[in-house]
Design a binder for this molecule. Structure first.
Ligand SMILES: Nc1ncnc2c1ncn2[C@@H]1O[C@H](COP(=O)(O)OP(=O)(O)OP(=O)(O)O)[C@@H](O)[C@H]1O
Ligand SMILES: [Mg+2]
Length: 379
C-alpha cells in the first residue's frame, strides 16, 4: 500500500467490547476523506488512534510508509479539531492560535506571520483580540481549525467539528472548510454521522457500522451503488423490495417476481440465477410518478397505485403510494410545479415508472441491520 495514512488490520477493544474491528484503510495524500456511520460505530476511536490518543490492540498505523503506531500524539504531524472546540478561555483568539508555535518555540516573527495568515484564512482578523466567550459557535470553531492548522500538520483530523452548530451555519462552514482544504492541500479526515455533510464535502467516504468499514468509495458511488442494505438506507432514503428471480438470463437484466406487486425487470448488479431470493433498493427520486399511464419502453417498469400520503417539501413532494401489498415512496421534483397539470393528491390513481437500471440488487441483507435503517419517513 502506498497511501499517506494507512490503517492496517487495526482493532481496538474496551474490555470485551470491540469498538474498532480489523479495519484496513488507505487514505491518499491531500485527500478529503470522511468516516461516516451511526453513533457508537467506532469513528472517534479510529480517529483517536490516528492522533495517538488511543493505542490499537492489534494492527499498525503508517504515515508516509513509516510505522507510527507507538508514537505519542505530540510526535505525530497530526492535529485534531474536536466538536467542543477545546479553546483556552483565558486566551485571546490570537493567543489561542499562537499556542502551538509557542510550545514548539518558533521565533516571534514567524509566529506573528503564521498566526496572521491563519486569522486571514479563517476570516477572523477583526476578532483577533477577543476571548472565546465573546465569539459565536461558528467563530469558535474557526479558531479551533486555525489553531490546528498553524502547526502545519500533514493530516488534519476533524471529529464532528460542526455538530454543535445550526443547519445554516453548518452548511456555510462546510463550504469554508472545503475552501481551506483546497488552499492548504493537506490530508483531511472528517468524522460525521451526517450523510449530507459527508456527501458534499468528501473525495471519498468510508461507511462504518459496528466497528467495521462496510464500504469505501466516492460519494456518488456509495449513493448509487451501495453494496448492502445498511449502506443503502444509511445514505439517503430508499424503498426495499424483496422478490425472487424467475428468469435469470445470465445477461445484464433479469425478471423478478415480487409477491403482491407483480413481475419487474431488475439490473443484474449481482450475479443471480433463477430461483434466487433477492433484495432490491429503489430510491424515491428514481421513480417517475404521473396521473397518466406512461407508454412502456424496454426495461422500464410500470405499476399503478393509489396515493396514500403526500408531503410537500418546497423543492419537491413525497408521495406514498399503495401498490398491491406494497407502500412505495416516490419523489417529484418541482420544476414547474404550478404550471404543470394539477399535481396528484390523496386517493388519486397514479402510475409509477422506473428503469431497471435505476434500482439495484443488494448483495447482502441482514435482519440485524433493520433497526438501524432510516426508511423514508412515513407520516
Ligand atoms: N474509553 C472507552 N471505554 C469504554 N468504551 C468505549 C470507550 N471509548 C469508546 N467506547 C465505546 O466504543 C464504541 C465506539 O465509540 P466511538 O466514540 O468510537 O463511537 P462514534 O462512532 O464516534 O460515535 P458518535 O457518533 O456517537 O460520536 C461505543 O460503544 C463506545 O461506548
Ligand atoms: Mg464520535
Amino acid at each position: 500500500m502506498t497511501g499517506h495514512l494507512i490503517f492496517e488490520n487495526v482493532t481496538r477493544r474496551f474490555g470485551s467490547f470491540t469498538a474498532v474491528s480489523d479495519v484496513t484503510l488507505e487514505i491518499q495524500k491531500g485527500e478529503c476523506f470522511s468516516l461516516l456511520g451511526p453513533s457508537g460505530c467506532g469513528k472517534t476511536t479510529l480517529l483517536r488512534m490516528a492522533a495517538g490518543f488511543e493505542k490499537p490492540d492489534s494492527g499498525r498505523i503508517l504515515l508516509n510508509g513509516k510505522d507510527i503506531t507507538a508514537l505519542p500524539p505530540d510526535k505525530r504531524p497530526v492535529n485534531t479539531v474536536f466538536q467542543n472546540y477545546a479553546l483556552f478561555p483565558h486566551l485571546t483568539v490570537r493567543q489561542n492560535i499562537a499556542f502551538g508555535p509557542k510550545i514548539a518555540k518558533w521565533s516571534k516573527a514567524e509566529t506573528g506571520r503564521e498566526v496572521d495568515r491563519m486569522l486571514n484564512l479563517v476570516d477572523l482578523t477583526a476578532h483577533a483580540d477577543k476571548k472565546p466567550a465573546q465569539l459565536s459557535g461558528g467563530q469558535k470553531q474557526r479558531v479551533a481549525i486555525a489553531r490546528a492548522l498553524v502547526n502545519k500538520p500533514e493530516v488534519l483530523l476533524l471529529d464532528e467539528p460542526l455538530a454543535a452548530l445550526d443547519l445554516k451555519l453548518r452548511q456555510r462552514l462546510l463550504v469554508e472548510l472545503d475552501a481551506i482544504h483546497d488552499e492548504v492541500g493537506i490530508t483531511f479526515i472528517y468524522v460525521t454521522h451526517d450523510q449530507g455533510e459527508a456527501m458534499s464535502f468528501s473525495d471519498r467516504i468510508a461507511v462504518m457500522n459496528k466497528g467495521k468499514i462496510v464500504q469505501t468509495g466516492p460519494p456518488a458511488e456509495i449513493y448509487e451503488t451501495p453494496r448492502s442494505s445498511f449502506v443503502a438506507a444509511f445514505i439517503g432514503d430508499t424503498n426495499f423490495i424483496d422478490g425472487k428471480i424467475i428468469e435469470g438470463t445470465g445477461q445484464a437484466f433479469s425478471r423478478c417476481e415480487v409477491e403482491g406487486l407483480g413481475i419487474i425487470s431488475v439490473d443484474n448488479d449481482q450475479p443471480v440465477k433463477t430461483g434466487d431470493k433477492v433484495y432490491l433498493s429503489l430510491r424515491p427520486e428514481k421513480i417517475l410518478l404521473s396521473s397518466l399511464k406512461p407508454s412502456a419502453a424496454p426495461l422500464e417498469n410500470i405499476i399503478s397505485g393509489k396515493v396514500e400520503d403526500v408531503i410537500y417539501f418546497g423543492s419537491h413532494t413525497r408521495y406514498w403510494v399503495r401498490c398491491g401489498d406494497w407502500r412505495i415512496c416516490a419523489e417529484v421534483q418541482h420544476r414547474n410545479f404550478l404550471l404543470d397539470e394539477k399535481p396528484p393528491t390523496w386517493n388519486d390513481e397514479v402510475w409509477l415508472r422506473w428503469h431497471a437500471n435505476d434500482a439495484f440488487l443488494l448483495d447482502q441483507y441482514r435482519e440485524e441491520d433493520e433497526a438501524l435503517l432510516t426508511l423514508p419517513e412515513t407520516p
